[in-house]
Write a new protein. Structure first.
Ligand code: EPU
Length: 333
């Protein structure tokens, strides 16, 4: 366990915004957290590695960061393997471990920054896979009374970048472990655009090739937060009713879209922002990334307010041009 008073959060958010927390606690086990909880200054804020956060000022409470470790096989039945992973394990370390061991299911999610606990809260997704597809159980502690609770996949209320932990139960449960169900037999998912082509170029759909191909595609579009502060996609792709989509498409025939559930249509927010002329534009030190309009970047020294000023200008412009209100994927703190 590590407790730091007046801790800089610059290295705990991938935008690199330099604010402080009154107290930062890094907890390494459920027992440690339970022992500490009654003493901690409120409010509490749980973070992973801050790859989906935007701090708008100093945080006058306690930030909790899990460093719970461990990747343990708990069962093997037929072609399935069940693995329990600590919430503080780096997400991509887990992906690397799975690929090395021949476990299928998360290879398309390689390269996503962040940690296992936050991945389960955020329902991370990329290249045709969402992490909810392989989550069996999310193990937690309730902060108000230190009780333990296991959430089955169905109880997590998963949707596109959504879970019960971001909605009804926001801020109430700390994730200690996530139990995944992965496949021991090949299950390649290569439907996403350029993936199949890149995998073929590397020699076919072996696990390691899929991981490499995803990395190559990601690197061509997404900035490395260690070099240029950012939080991946800043907005979610809006999901709109079919009738509204038909009107949009008649005015903008080249609009990029994907079918969604219940007859809804998911429109590419990157396309909307790009088409509205924002790619590469900046307001002060906050900018729209040149290669992917859905990503906002900190060109150096930006505050949370600088990023929000740019985000608000984009939201307003997209509303005026397309009649669609973008929602942020990034959480403002
Ligand atoms: N597009 C443009 N201009 C742009 C960006 C995109 O025209 O500036 C169009 C292109 O036609 C492109 C299409 O939009 O082919 C889709 O773009 P991309 O493949 O980059 O995917 P995305 O919909 O913009 C989503 C996720 C990403 C994930 C990719 C790949 C969200 C909010 N974002 O982005 O996730 O990596 O798909 O599956 O759903 C993240 O959540 O932080 C993230 C990076």
């Amino acid at each position: 366990m590590k407790i730091t008073e007046y801790c800089s959060l610059a290295r705990y958010n991938t935008f690199g915004i330099d604010v402080t927390a009154d107290c930062m606690v890094e907890w390494a086990s459920a027992d440690e957290l339970i022992a500490l909880l009654p003493e901690l200054k409120r409010p509490l804020l749980m973070i992973g590695s801050g790859s989906n956060l935007l701090f708008t000022g100093n945080f006058h409470g306690t930030v909790l960061h899990s460093t719970v470790d461990g990747i343990d096989v708990i069962a093997e039945q037929g072609s399935q393997i069940t693995v329990r992973v600590g919430s503080g394990v780096k997400w991509d370390d887990f992906v690397a471990y799975a690929v090395l061991n021949g476990w299928w299911g998360i290879e398309n999610l390689t390269g996503i920054p962040g940690e296992v606990g936050a991945a389960a809260v955020q329902n991370i997704g990329a290249y045709g896979v969402e992490v909810k597809d392989v989550i069996d159980t999310v193990q937690t502690i309730r902060l108000s009374d230190c009780t333990r609770r296991d959430f089955s996949n169905a109880e997590c209320g998963y949707g596109y970048r959504q879970s019960i932990f971001k909605n009804e139960l926001k801020g109430q449960y700390a994730v200690t472990h996530v139990i995944f169900r992965l496949s021991l037999t090949p299950q390649p998912k290569l439907e996403y655009g350029a993936l199949e082509h890149e995998v073929a170029r590397l020699g076919g759909p072996a696990l390691a090739n899929i991981r490499s191909a995803v990395r190559t595609i990601r690197e061509s579009k997404l900035p490395d937060p260690a070099v240029l502060g950012n939080a991946g996609s800043f907005f979610m792709n809006p999901v709109i009713p079919a009738a509204q989509f038909e009107r949009l498409k008649s005015e903008f025939p080249d609009v990029v879209f994907f079918p969604a559930d219940n007859g809804m249509v998911k429109v590419s927010a990157g396309w909307l922002i790009d088409r509205a002329g924002w790619k590469g534009r900046s307001i002060g030190p906050a900018a729209v990334y040149e290669k992917q309009a859905l990503v906002l970047v900190n060109r150096g020294g930006a505050t949370g307010s600088d990023i929000i000023r740019l985000a608000d200008a984009i939201i307003k412009d997209i509303e005026e041009k397309f009649g669609i209100t973008l929602k942020t994927e990034v959480n403002y703190i």
